[in-house]
Design a protein around this ligand. Structure first.
Ligand code: GLV
Length: 325
């Protein structure tokens, strides 16, 4: 007779490459959801399994709230395959004694690289220039065509000098940018990065480029709004690599249409995904990419592996390598 305890049951909210979840094999029973293209949240089928679930492996599109937790009385750990945890009600998880894992560190460099890619693409009008070339508008070498902004000697304002903000600052040093930063408090690391701490208002007034790297919280929601946009220079470029709701989308559309700021590069939007009919897509001074800050082969695999490590630690009652609550 087999009287061994059954392996814990883990819900993996969406399909992922098997190799990314290899650490879980033999350690738990896995029920996997549909591909992300079918449904962004937790599918109805998976919801019916919540009462038996010991662990939940979630993507940032899955809302983990009191209602979900109420259906999952056995849940011992939630592991989010993302550094941001604004999709999770951390307080509710804490009330239920459930640790929440997340994946800081492994996506720092990939996200910082994309920040510079977006900044350069917008500053040098790459999408317009590429589209014009393809459309036959490259008729000769144009002395005044597709003129952009220099990085060398310009000022970059980093909102949120956490791990990613610091990695952006390191890259920005190489481009000869002067660095300002703002956030809830000064950071010891800033001195080595040559970044000066200023209030947000000063940063917005003095920066040629403003790059957002703060988490989404009640304090940071709509940090960039009609009023704060008006503090920025008419030549300024806004980059959002953090979370869409840091920016008031309607105010940004208005600012881009009316020359309040020059341009924006957005890896994240509100709403997300941004519907194809959204006005932001039709603005030549706005570049939108589909939340790909961490989208490199290596980074996404490391995120999944770290999420597995957090999950296993939670199932085994050990401290999570990276716990958010
Ligand atoms: C991506 O946005 C993440 O939070 O990891």
């Amino acid at each position: 007779m087999n009287n061994t305890t059954p392996l814990p049951l883990v819900i993996v909210s969406h399909q992922l490459p098997e190799a990314w979840l290899a650490k879980l094999h033999g350690r738990c029973r896995i029920i996997t959801g549909p591909p992300t293209t079918v449904e962004a949240g937790l599918s109805a089928d998976l919801r019916t399994l919540l009462p038996q679930a010991d662990g939940l492996f979630s993507l940032l599109t899955v809302r983990v709230d009191e209602a979900l937790l109420a259906q999952a009385p056995r849940l011992r750990v939630v592991s989010n395959m993302a550094v941001g945890v604004d999709n999770i009600d951390l307080a509710a998880c804490s009330r239920h004694g459930i640790p929440v894992g997340h994946t800081p560190g492994v996506l720092t460099d990939g996200t910082a690289d994309l920040t510079l890619a977006l900044l350069l693409a917008v500053a040098r009008q790459l999408p317009t220039a590429a589209a014009d070339a393809q459309a036959g508008k490259w008729t000769t070498w144009l002395p005044t065509g597709w003129l952009g902004a220099d990085l060398q000697g310009a000022t970059l304002g980093i909102v949120g000098l956490g791990k990613i903000g610091q990695a952006v600052a390191r890259r920005a040093q190489g481009f000869g940018l002067r660095l300002l930063y703002s956030g809830p408090h000064e950071k010891a690391e800033a001195a080595d990065l040559g970044a000066t701490y200023v209030p947000l208002e000063t940063l917005l007034c003095e920066s040629d480029f403003v790059s957002l790297h703060a988490p989404l919280t009640t304090e940071t929601r709509h940090l960039i709004n009609a009023q704060t946009l008006r503090l920025m220079r008419p030549s300024a470029i806004l980059i959002n690599m953090a979370r869409g709701p840091l920016v008031d989308t309607a105010a940004l559309v208005d600012a881009l249409q009316n020359g309040v700021i020059a341009a924006a590069g957005l890896d994240v939007t509100d709403p997300e995904p941004l519907p194809p009919s959204h006005p932001l897509y039709s603005l030549p001074n706005c570049l939108v990419v589909p939340h790909i800050g961490s989208a490199t082969q290596h980074t996404r695999r490391r995120m999944a592996e770290l999420a597995c490590e957090n999950l296993l630690a939670g199932l085994e009652g050990r401290p999570l390598p990276h716990q958010a609550n």
